[in-house]
Write a protein that binds this ligand. Structure first.
Ligand code: HEC
Ligand code: HEC
Length: 204
């Protein structure tokens, strides 16, 4: 009896290792060349750090890239859409669980562009913290992602896309629409640099 329990425990452990290995494989085969082998991102390719993003947010974005509501005329967005266009749901689900298991790399970004961090802090607290949280770690209940660990280039680019109606304009993009409404209210490029340089200091 004991032997049988031990055997089934061993088989179960092996199965779990196999499941973990498949998830890691899906990620390494389909995502790592752009997002890095540990999900840390690659700024030169415009591919963001994924390690700090919640699984519900990642799933929603992947769905949007495939369904078309996260589409834009931006070349980085087009690259991402093409990269996963042919992948089926189980592969994407297993890549997402591999990302979830990576250590959080949100403390690796530094501000790369000048910005007035003091004004950025005031703006952040007044306009962003209600949804993204005081420390920018996000709030899944509101659909607002963690912003720590996203490079300043990526933060600024996405923000501008929302402000210009290139992201969050689609009627199926429920959460993107909320962010787009806010971004239109604050679209001075200098102020966006101020906010994103402040967010980058929070990640240090
Ligand atoms: C050929 C390069 C490439 C490959 C391969 C790739 N991506 Fe991306 N990914 C990008 C780029 C570039 C962006 C930024 C898109 C944008 O700016 O709109 C991105 C964006 C994303 C986002 C949105 C992040 C956010 O903060 O909103 C997620 C999630 C994501 N990728 C997950 C994945 C997963 C999972 C895979 C593998 C199944 C994958 N990507 C494969 C280049 C790639
Ligand atoms: C009303 C709530 C709300 C407020 C206020 C808000 N956001 Fe957002 N933000 C969201 C939601 C929801 C998303 C996710 C959109 C999606 O799913 O595509 C988002 C997404 C983002 C993204 C994209 C992140 C990524 O990984 O692609 C950036 C950058 C961002 N917000 C910056 C800001 C900044 C800076 C402010 C303040 C100036 C701000 N947000 C204020 C709700 C909000």
């Amino acid at each position: 009896m004991i032997r049988r329990v031990l055997l089934s425990t061993a088989v179960f452990s092996l199965l779990m290792i196999a499941v973990a290995a498949t998830a890691e494989d899906s990620y390494q085969v389909h995502c790592a060349q752009c997002h890095g082998i540990a999900g840390q991102g690659n700024n030169a390719l415009g591919a963001p750090n994924l390690t700090q993003l919640s699984a519900p947010y990642i799933r929603r974005q992947l769905e949007g890239f495939q369904a078309g509501w996260r589409e834009s005329d931006d070349s980085y967005t087009q690259t991402m859409m093409a990269a996963i266009a042919a992948l089926d749901a189980p592969v994407l689900a297993s890549a997402t669980s591999a990302i979830d298991a990576f250590p959080d790399k949100s403390h690796t970004t530094a501000a790369t562009h000048a910005g007035n961090k003091k004004r950025g802090k005031d703006l952040y607290n007044a306009y962003c913290s209600a949804c993204h949280g005081t420390n920018a770690v996000g709030n899944d209940a509101l659909g607002a992602p963690n912003l720590l660990g996203l490079s300043q280039d990526y933060l600024t680019r996405q923000y501008r896309h929302f402000a210009e109606g290139r992201r969050g304009g689609h009627s199926d993009d429920r959460y993107g629409q909320q962010m787009a409404r806010l971004a239109r209210a604050l679209k001075d490029p200098q102020l966006i640099d101020d906010v994103s340089s402040y967010v980058a200091t929070l990640a240090e």
